[in-house]
Ligand binder design. Sequence first.
Ligand SMILES: Nc1ncnc2c1ncn2[C@@H]1O[C@H](COP(=O)(O)OP(=O)(O)OP(=O)(O)O)[C@@H](O)[C@H]1O
Ligand SMILES: O=P(O)(O)OC[C@H]1O[C@](O)(CO)[C@@H](O)[C@@H]1O
Ligand SMILES: [Mg+2]
Length: 316
Amino acid sequence: MKIALLTSGGDAPGMNAAIRAVVRTCVYYNIEAYGVRDGYKGLVEDNFRHLHSFDVGQMIDRGGTILGSARLDSFKNEEVVKKAIDNLRKRSIDGLVVIGGDGTFKGAMALEAQDFPTIGIPATIDNDINGTEYTIGFFSALDTSMEAIDKLRDTSFSHQRCTVVEVMGRDCGDLSIYSGISCGAEIVVTSETGYNETEILERIQKAKNQGKRHLIVVVAENITDVNQLAKKIQTNTGYDARATVLGYIQRGGSPSAFDRVLASKMGILAVELLKEGKHNLATVSQGLHVNSMSLSKVLYEKADKPNLYRYLEKLR
Ligand SMILES: Nc1ncnc2c1ncn2[C@@H]1O[C@H](COP(=O)(O)OP(=O)(O)OP(=O)(O)O)[C@@H](O)[C@H]1O
Ligand SMILES: O=P(O)(O)OC[C@H]1O[C@](O)(CO)[C@@H](O)[C@@H]1O
Ligand SMILES: [Mg+2]
């Protein structure tokens, strides 16, 4: 049997641990593993490499992805997907493991629609895949944002400032809300909370009137210009205000223990599913366990996520 694997979309800490687990599990079961360079781009350009056990040594602790990643918009085109499948079939590859976010999973569904057996492993700092409680990379990115906001708190307190911090997550507020809980932020704004500038300014003004020395406001990306918001806070509330965009540091760095374990469990399961002839599935985290679920369900069925804002309210 031959299995190919790729990483796609934004890189996430723990992708290397997932690659390692897929390759080493293949070696365990006498399956040939082939790494594809730069996501779907390498699939279309026929950029494959046979991977051995030693090729994935010394990397469980490394951020990024040794296979490289890319965004290939043309993969939405059926002809481009067919070209990728031609390359896979030419090499007699029996199944493919794709490691990435929701977009990557849509690519997996496009491959399945053309009858190519595919398994998705969720890896994105955004935690925006419905059917899995957590995605690989999310908690590592959270550690990074938590450490950064802790540092901002030091200077924010010292200078009696209102500190506005922009956190990544595309359209999903999870990284922002978890950052807010773990750093004790006073206000968190995400697409789920909605953006009501007047109300935010009123709340900050109220904190000032109550004698609060400083404030942390976490704002998810794609909501508003945080520099402009800081200016408005300074003009309207009496706080000196500054904005910081955390940006791509959230994508890098060594994966946390949680992400390494999650990636290892999911990598093993992905290979075992293909070995058993199962596909069109994603690996998902459910509590402390790793399970599998159909790609369409994982993407489109609304998950019953806990309402984390509840915790924030009580901690204010
Ligand atoms: N509808 C689709 N059909 C086929 N392929 C798709 C589709 N959507 C996305 N893809 C492929 O998946 C790649 C990765 O998707 P995307 O850029 O959305 O990142 P992602 O996997 O969601 O990761 P992240 O959001 O963490 O950066 C795209 O560049 C494209 O090649
Ligand atoms: O790397 P790019 O293409 O700028 O994408 C940025 C996006 O990717 C993510 O970092 C996830 O990988 C999102 O949080 C962000 O919106
Ligand atoms: Mg995505």
